[in-house]
Structures are given as structure tokens and as C-alpha cells.
Write a protein that binds this ligand. Structure first.
Ligand SMILES: [Zn+2]
Length: 436
């Protein structure tokens, strides 16, 4: 098929997907999954619909080759976050195409990738293509946005043999950005860990009309917040970000200088790249007295802490000491969530294939590894199948990182329809390249 035909079919499939309201919670992904099941099985895929919850199934679709070989999996989630239509220019479930964009919740995160992966598989299967070796597997899941308990986590725990993959492509990368006169495409190789914690100040209660009767715990959080507002720079550059800085022509041994160069090129790039280079501490919630006239004996600030992949509690504690100082009896620190980040190597057969595709389809451009400050379903596959190389990649040439990133989970989410054709051709080509 020509690039125009791929774009047109992908646009059509994405419109249909956007029109299924799959806001999670509650998700209600069944209708979207059934539509995809029919679409890919008509083209020749063997499919299975499996779920922990009746209205929230997942789809596994296989196109097998004549000989044994690697399983290449295209993974994507069909659920979305919520949308408030009053904040949107177009109805979030319209799928309207206007001004060269397809509008709607999920048009970037990530029904666009569902559509591109499905259309690529269907176009290949319809043409009679089958892998020379191995299997092309499509896995479309429910429930990514609230953690995957009935989606990817459930599938990898309960049906590992049905979703086992050697190479996997999921969300998290692919939007292009310009740096130093050259276009770059991020390939997401890793995800940061989460080490959320509470800082609790202790004092003594009293009547608010007599301030000296108590020992106001809330006031003890003042210096804590000031220190969090004025955090000194500190970096822990792991494998992926080191390769990113090298790819940008910067020195990974001097991340501070690299960030200054990046900020001089575009301060928005610094905002997006800096969190990849170390532990971040972001206060988000606070609580103190339950009554306006009672001096609190206890006050708490909750901090969302993200740690580079592979590093654990010690890295979080070290950063906390650098910023807040030592824990004391009056200021206690307590972790509420600890998840170590995950990663795939930045060098692999799949990475080489992605690089080749980018060089062939956007001459002069190059790929660089990036890491996700949050996490995605790649985590469940990396956990379940330690040898699986999983990357986030959905190439967007026309609507770059700086345009796309602010629209994700936001009002007026939309995708440049030219990127639907561009990305679909990527999935067609990578399947042929890897599976023959
Ligand atoms: Zn997503």
C-alpha cells in the first residue's frame, strides 16, 4: 500500500477507536477490543480475547511464520484518562479530522498507536505476508491508566505463555525533536522507579487562640518546603541517559553543563530531559489540623519521588539527605511506595532495526535513547520476561515532542494525521525487517 493509503486506513481505524468511550475508570474496553478482534481476525490473525473482568477484556492476535523464531510484539492500551468536553474545542469522543489533525481523547495516548499497529498487521496479513520465522503478535490491553491489574499485569501473570515476547514495541517514545540542527527520535529504553514518601512533623496540640499553648507541627514543614523549592543540582546518570547525552553531542560526565547547553537551545527541552538524569522530589499533598481552631500536633507533606531505573531506596534516601538533611524525631520520613525502575539495554537487534528505519525514512535524523519519568505496561513485560527487549516507539515526524507532550492527558489532545501514515509504515517495515 502507498503511504497515503496507510494514512487513510489508520485515520479511519483511529476515528473508530476514539469514538469508543474507554475512559478509565471504569474503562469499559469490551466494545473497542471486539472491534479490533474482528478487524485483525478477518485479515488472518489467530485471536484470543482474555480478561479478568467481563467488560474489560484484552486481545492477543498472532500471525505465525512457517519456522520457529523470535516473537515480535506490538503492545498498546485502549483505555484513556478522562476528558471534560467543556474544555475542548472538539468533542473528545468525536474523532473529528480538521486542520490536518485528528482530535480526541486517546489520539496521542495511545489509540493512535493501537491503530497504527493494528493497521500494519492487517495490511501485512491481507497481502499474504507471513513471517519467514517467528511470530508477529499484537497485544491490545485494557487498564493501563490505572495500573494494569486487569490488563498487562494480569496477562503477564496469568497467561505468560500467550504473551511471551522476545522483542516488544510499546508507548513512551518516538516523538521527534530538533537539537543542534538535526532531528532526533527518542526510543524509550527504561522507566524510572517510584519511591513516594511522607515527611511528618510532630509537635503538641493546643488552642489556636493561645498560640503558645501548643507546639505547631505545621510551622515545622515551612523549612521543609523551602528546601524542596531550592533543591541543589544532583545527577545520577544511568546507561540510557548517558547514551542520550552522547547522542546529542554532550558529555555524560558533565550533566550540569549538558543541561545548560540544552536549555540554551530550548528551555522546554530541559524541562523534559532533566528528570531523566537523577532523582526528583516533588511535594504534591499536605495535611495538618482537622480543625481551624486547633493547633496541629502532627502535619504531613507527601512527596512524589522518582528514581532512575535500576536504583533503589538508597539512591532516594541519599537525595533526601542532600535536600532535607538528616531525619529527626520531630521530622520523620516514611516511604509509602517503592517500585524500582526497569530498563532494556540501549543496544539490541531491535534498536539497530529502529535506527535503520529512521535513517531510511528521515535522512539525516538519528535515534537517541530516552527514559520515561513515569511508567507504562513495558514494566510488566520486562518483569515477566527478563530477556525481552522492550522499547517505547511511535515515530512522529510532523508533530514533535514539544508539540505533542503538552497535549497528552490534556484538553484538545490531537494528532497530525500525516504521522499516522508515517508510524503505520514504521510498524509494517519493522515487522518485515525483524521477521523476514
Ligand atoms: Zn499511555
Amino acid at each position: 500500500m502507498t503511504p497515503e493509503e496507510l494514512q487513510s486506513e489508520c485515520t479511519d481505524v483511529l476515528q473508530r477507536l476514539v469514538r469508543f468511550n474507554t475512559v478509565n475508570p471504569p474503562g469499559d474496553e469490551r466494545a473497542a477490543i471486539e472491534y479490533l478482534d474482528q478487524y485483525v481476525s478477518e485479515a488472518g490473525f489467530e485471536t484470543q480475547v482474555l480478561g479478568a473482568a467481563n467488560e474489560r477484556p484484552n486481545l492477543i492476535a498472532d500471525l505465525r511464520g512457517a519456522q520457529d523464531g523470535p516473537t515480535l510484539c506490538f503492545l498498546a492500551h485502549v483505555d484513556t484518562v478522562l476528558a471534560d468536553p467543556s474544555e475542548w474545542t472538539h468533542d473528545p469522543w468525536s474523532g473529528d479530522v480538521e486542520d490536518g489533525f485528528l482530535w480526541g481523547r486517546g489520539s496521542l495516548d495511545m489509540k493512535s498507536q493501537v491503530a497504527a499497529e493494528a493497521v500494519a498487521g492487517v495490511v501485512l496479513a491481507r497481502s499474504g505476508w507471513r513471517p519467514a520465522r517467528g511470530t508477529l503478535k499484537l497485544v491490545f490491553v485494557a487498564d493501563e491508566e490505572t495500573g494494569g491489574d486487569v490488563g498487562a499485569h494480569w496477562l503477564t501473570s496469568n497467561h505468560p505463555d500467550k504473551v511471551r515476547s522476545d522483542m516488544l514495541i510499546n508507548e513512551g517514545g518516538g516523538e521527534s525533536f530538533d537539537y543542534d540542527g538535526r532531528r532526533h527520535y527518542g526510543v524509550c529504553c527504561a522507566e524510572k522507579g517510584i519511591f513516594r514518601f511522607n515527611v511528618t512533623a510532630h509537635g503538641a496540640a493546643g488552642h489556636a487562640s493561645l498560640p503558645r499553648t501548643g507546639d505547631n507541627a505545621l510551622l515545622k514543614l515551612g523549612p521543609v518546603l523551602t528546601k524542596l523549592a531550592d533543591q541543589p543540582d544532583a545527577f545520577q546518570v544511568t546507561e540510557g541517559p548517558a547514551a542520550l547525552l552522547e547522542g546529542l553531542g554532550e558529555d555524560p560526565a558533565d550533566p550540569g553543563a549538558a543541561l545548560e547547553h540544552i536549555a540554551a537551545v530550548d528551555p522546554r527541552l530541559r524541562t523534559l530531559l532533566e528528570p531523566m538524569l537523577g532523582v526528583t522530589l516533588t511535594p504534591t499533598m499536605a495535611s495538618a489540623s482537622g480543625k481551624i481552631n486547633v493547633i496541629p500536633s502532627r502535619a504531613q507533606v507527601r512527596i512524589d519521588c522518582r528514581v532512575p531505573p535500576g536504583l533503589g531506596e538508597e539512591a532516594a534516601r541519599q537525595r533526601i539527605r542532600e535536600v532535607l538533611g538528616e531525619e529527626t524525631d520531630e521530622l520523620r520520613i516514611e516511604f509509602t511506595e517503592q517500585v524500582v525502575g526497569n530498563a532494556s539495554s540501549v543496544r539490541s537487534e531491535l534498536m539497530s532495526a529502529i535506527e535503520r528505519w529512521v535513517q531510511a525514512n528521515d535522512p539525516g535524523a538519528r535515534t537517541v535513547p530516552v527514559i520515561l519519568p513515569g511508567f507504562s505496561d513495558s514494566r510488566w513485560f520486562r518483569d515477566a520476561f527478563p530477556d525481552c527487549v522492550a522499547y517505547g516507539f511511535f515515530p512522529q515526524r510532523h508533530q514533535g515532542l514539544l508539540e505533542a507532550a503538552p497535549l497528552v492527558h490534556n484538553a484538545d489532545e490531537r494528532i497530525d494525521v500525516r504521522d499516522l501514515g508515517f508510524a503505520t509504515s514504521f510498524f509494517v517495515d519493522i515487522a518485515r525487517d525483524i521477521l523476514g
